[in-house]
Design a protein around this ligand. Structure first.
Ligand code: HEM
Length: 68
């Protein structure tokens, strides 16, 4: 969230997150199918601005390129 280009953030939103713990896995769902490139770019820039305190520079083209 501190990276204005949002490379890891976009991947987390597209692919979801799975973090193991002794009590089981913590899962974040993938949002790749639910939202458009523009919507994911938009929410990523919001998150970078709100929590990273920086101006995000994520574009729709960046999100498209990050999709599998
Ligand atoms: C657009 C909305 C969201 C954004 C931008 C977002 C972003 C992130 C990011 C950046 C991480 C950290 C990944 C890492 O540290 O490796 C994360 C973790 C996580 N997210 Fe989300 N998330 C969103 C919505 C959600 C929703 C709706 C859920 C649950 C239904 C969720 C559940 C989780 C879980 C369980 C983790 C792992 C937490 C942990 O154990 O450390 N997220 N998310």
């Amino acid at each position: 969230m501190n990276d204005p280009s949002g490379v890891n953030l976009v991947r987390a939103v597209l692919e979801g997150v799975k973090i193991g713990s002794p009590k089981g896995d913590n899962l974040m769902p993938s949002f790749a199918a639910a939202y458009s490139d523009a919507e994911i770019a938009s929410v990523s820039n919001y998150v970078i601005g709100h929590f990273g305190g920086k101006q995000g520079s994520v574009t729709s083209a960046d999100v498209r390129a990050a999709r599998n």
